[in-house]
Design a binder for this molecule. Structure first.
Ligand SMILES: [Zn+2]
Length: 431
């Protein structure tokens, strides 16, 4: 038998490239089997998954992942933030590792792929290396981050950016963070010890479903993520004056909702100017909110995201001018109060290049795109070099039971992850 060389190494879907999603052969494949197996934990009658962080289901899923890790001789540890870290030692075990991974907690009615796919593809990469008796120069770590969906506390602990106030992490049911972390093997009081650095993680690559429609609409198989967009959130208040809806003549009104409506349109217009930004008003409260009263007060949200902080700054400057004009025209006062400021997390060009080269070697079509959703990778980017790989999401749907990526697409993404890690290994070996 011919020995498998590193470049020939593939996660084989047994299904060929023409397999339909219904293809039973492709479903038999180990990666897709493990996705289906994990989705049974917390399965909902509508086909979705409910596996909230720290729940019984989350703990059961964590145990299964740890079991799978030990089956392939990974060294398994759980850090103070409850992150599961499986390590497949390299020939040079003291050198900084190559890390991958994602999360296995879900939103209250999530799908099979968000997060879970990245973790299970990471395990499949190690399985393939292990069964072909291949050790890379660098160790590979597969990390399962704690509570990505609600707080990202796991990846924030690794980046050293956990919010120090424990009440910030109080659960809706009143459970405190230490109780939560103890359930998954962590410890709030020692959470600072979970911090890592580029001294022990050379690079982190997260594989994830796109959760948007871009790849599918462009008929591309793989997304090379340029970075995770920065996000600014504001609370916009519009102060007019409430008055009788019957007796106040139209020209004598200070109608806060009329002004707010123009603000919504201005935000939408800013979002549609050339560029990759998105801008949204998603929430609005009207006072006194009565049919027979001219609205006197409106409060609403503004969410604006882009890969470039400078670009966001310039869009906000344009928006401020619009708001001043609207305030004058409607005789209202409009204020923009900042409430969230997340800087963009850019993917390292050499990792993007490794992903693109992997796609080329596998004959997969790809495009570059930003991630407009948050991911654990944005925290890892604070301490080490980061990259992300996307696979298409059917109809762009995510955080829903109908979330779907075909078995074939899952295998393609896992192969890109495998090739990318091997390329990065060579890259670091040559440094
Ligand atoms: Zn996710």
């Amino acid at each position: 038998m011919k020995p498998i060389t590193k470049t020939q190494l593939l996660i084989n879907g047994d299904c060929g490239c023409e397999a339909s999603p219904q293809d039973s052969a492709s479903r038999r494949h180990r990666l897709n089997q493990s996705i289906a197996r994990l989705a049974k934990i917390g399965a909902l009658p509508n086909g979705g998954v409910k596996r909230i962080a720290y729940s019984q289901e989350d703990i059961e899923a964590r145990n299964l992942i740890k079991h799978w890790m030990t089956e392939i001789q990974m060294q398994v540890k759980v850090d103070e933030a409850g992150n599961i870290i499986g390590r497949y030692p390299g020939k040079n075990p003291d050198a900084p590792a190559l890390a991958t991974g994602s999360h296995i907690d879900t939103v209250p009615c999530g799908g099979h792929y968000d997060g879970a796919y990245g973790v299970l593809a990471g395990l499949e990469v190690v399985r393939v290396l292990q069964e072909n008796q291949i050790r890379l120069d660098r160790s590979i770590e597969v990390i399962v981050f704690t509570d990505e969906e609600a707080s990202m506390i796991g990846s924030k602990a690794i980046s050293g950016r956990v919010i120090k106030e424990p009440n910030y992490y109080l659960r809706a049911d009143g459970t405190d963070i230490n109780t939560c972390l103890e359930k998954v093997g962590g410890n709030w009081h020692n959470i600072a010890q979970a911090r890592r650095s580029s001294q022990d993680i050379a690079a982190f690559v997260e594989l994830h479903v796109e959760q948007g429609p871009v790849l599918e609409s462009m008929s591309k198989q793989i997304g090379v993520v340029e970075g995770i967009v920065g996000q600014r959130r504001f609370n916009i208040t519009v102060k007019g004056s409430a008055n009788h809806a019957g007796t106040t003549p139209m020209q004598m009104r200070c109608d806060a909702l009329v002004a707010a409506s123009q603000v919504v349109l201005a935000v939408n217009q800013i979002g549609k100017t050339p560029g990759q930004q998105v801008a949204t008003v998603g929430k609005m409260q009207v006072l006194p909110n009565a049919a027979n009263v001219v609205p006197g007060w409106v409060e609403m949200s503004l969410d604006i995201r882009d890969l470039s902080s400078l670009h966001i700054d310039s869009l906000l400057e344009q928006l401020r001018i619009h708001l001043e004009n609207i305030a004058v025209a409607t005789n209202t006062q409009i204020r923009l109060n900042p409430c969230l400021h997340n800087e963009p997390a850019l993917a390292e060009p050499y990792i993007q290049k490794a992903i693109a080269l992997s796609c080329e070697s596998l004959n997969l079509s790809y495009t570059y795109l930003p991630s407009r959703a948050s991911h654990d990778a944005q925290e890892l980017a604070q301490i080490t070099d980061m990259g992300m790989i996307f696979v298409p999401s059917e109809m762009g749907v995510s955080h829903d039971a109908s979330e779907y990526t075909s078995p074939e697409q899952c295998i393609q993404g896992a192969n890109v992850l495998l090739q990318t890690l091997m390329q990065l290994d060579r890259y670091f070996e040559q440094q």
